[in-house]
Design a protein around this ligand. Structure first.
Ligand code: UDP
Length: 384
């Protein structure tokens, strides 16, 4: 039987965690279609994986429409949204399964699908709750999912529970943990520091796009109380969060941290940078649907200090594979970092456990297989 014709739909062409996941998923789908709202790095990356890219004529700039904005803010864009919806509906007819990889992609694909009537998968990379989405957006997403999605794929039980708590149909949900494959660099931490131009001495790192809910400001507050410790903040403001990025820089100056904290911007060599630090901090102040950087650090053999919000506790085995602290609590974060830095040798067992857990549970091949099984079932007509 010929493989199903799949169309993957994504709104942004910036590459954040959800797009990195998509890029791994589509490796198994050469020749499939990627429908993107805008051009950008994801477009080139999709082409390099052998996908045919269809670019919307109407989608440019929609990425910066805030997802917690009330729906009326989107009203002036109605014509463009209708244009994209019509484009998706037209393209959908040439495919067997539609796979929406983002919230905005799903909403428009669901509306388009009222006409196109193809099995629609929503790979939901978000926690649908009040800390991430406005009330109107939550209602709209859940209503469309319940009516038009054939499956809702989520990366964690935390994301599944949030979807159900928002009114989503639990029978639609399939938990497919995100997959991350990283091979450790053979160089020592000291050599990596030197090669990457990073300072010697106690060093912590945060590896995430700059966004208020990602919590970089809490790390700066914590570092202000740890005068021996330096930090690298890796990542850029990808989705209209430039104001937050500016407040982080101002906070760094105000706290007198300019000599100890480096902002490295977006980097393509996160695994190397991560392997070079003494502690990877995951400081999100709102629940995380997954948190790829947690798994990346576990694979890198680097101690993790993470906020206990969303999927982090599950990924870190309830605290056995990393240290959990309450979200938004700079003092607790500083205390945990200080303890990890003070006794690195005590962590050997925890690090081994973390690496084994990441390899066992969060491999790319398992994720690709699980997604392929969902698509195959739907293409075969088993919509349950
Ligand atoms: N990342 C990157 N370069 C950066 C900052 C982050 O490649 O400068 C990667 C990071 O290594 C991780 C992903 O972006 O793989 C972020 O995924 P995560 O699930 O942590 O957060 P999301 O962006 O999906 O909310």
């Amino acid at each position: 039987m010929a493989p199903p014709r799949v169309m993957f739909v994504n709104h942004t062409s910036a590459i954040a965690g959800a797009e990195l996941i998509l890029l791994d998923v589509v490796r198994a789908w050469r020749g499939a279609t990627a429908f993107l709202f805008e051009d950008g790095p994801l477009e080139a990356a999709m082409r390099s994986k052998g996908l045919d890219v269809v670019l919307s004529r109407f989608g440019r700039g929609l990425t910066n429409l805030k997802r917690d904005a009330s729906l009326w803010r989107a009203a002036p864009l109605a014509g463009r949204l209708a244009g994209i919806t019509a484009e998706i509906a037209g393209a959908a007819r040439r495919h067997d399964v539609i796979y929406a990889n983002s919230q905005k992609a799903f909403v428009l694909a669901a509306i388009a699908n009222a006409a196109a009537r193809r099995p629609l998968v929503w790979h939901l990379h978000d926690i649908i709750d009040g800390s991430h989405f406005g009330a109107g957006q939550r209602r709209l997403q859940v209503a469309l999912a319940n009516r038009f999605a054939a499956r809702v794929v989520v990366p964690s039980e935390a994301a599944a529970s949030a979807f159900a708590a928002a009114g989503g149909r639990a029978d639609l949900v399939e938990v497919v943990p995100n997959g991350v494959d990283i091979v450790r660099d053979p160089r020592s931490r000291e050599d990596l520091r030197r090669d990457l131009g990073l300072p010697a001495g106690p060093l912590v790192g945060v590896f995430s796009r700059l966004a208020q809910w990602k919590g970089q400001h809490v790390v700066l507050d914590a570092l202000a109380t740890l005068p021996e410790v330096r930090g690298i903040i890796v990542g850029d403001a990808l989705f209209g969060e430039q104001d937050y990025a500016a407040t982080l820089r101002a906070q760094t100056e105000k706290l007198g941290l300019a000599g100890r904290v480096q902002f490295l911007g977006h980097r393509a060599d996160v695994p190397l940078l991560m392997q070079a630090v003494d502690v990877m901090i995951h400081p999100s102040v709102a629940p995380e649907p997954f948190g790829r950087t947690l798994v990346e650090a576990m694979l890198a053999g680097v101690p993790v200090v993470a906020t206990d919000a969303g999927a982090a506790a599950d990924i870190l085995d309830g605290g056995a594979a990393g240290t959990l602290v309450p979200p938004g609590d700079a003092a607790a974060l500083a205390g945990a970092v200080a303890r990890v830095l003070a006794r690195p040798d005590d962590l050997a067992a925890q690090l081994d456990r973390a690496t084994a857990r990441a390899q066992d549970r969060y491999g790319v091949a398992a994720m690709q297989d699980a997604v392929a099984a969902v698509i195959a079932r739907l293409a075969a007509g088993a919509h349950a």
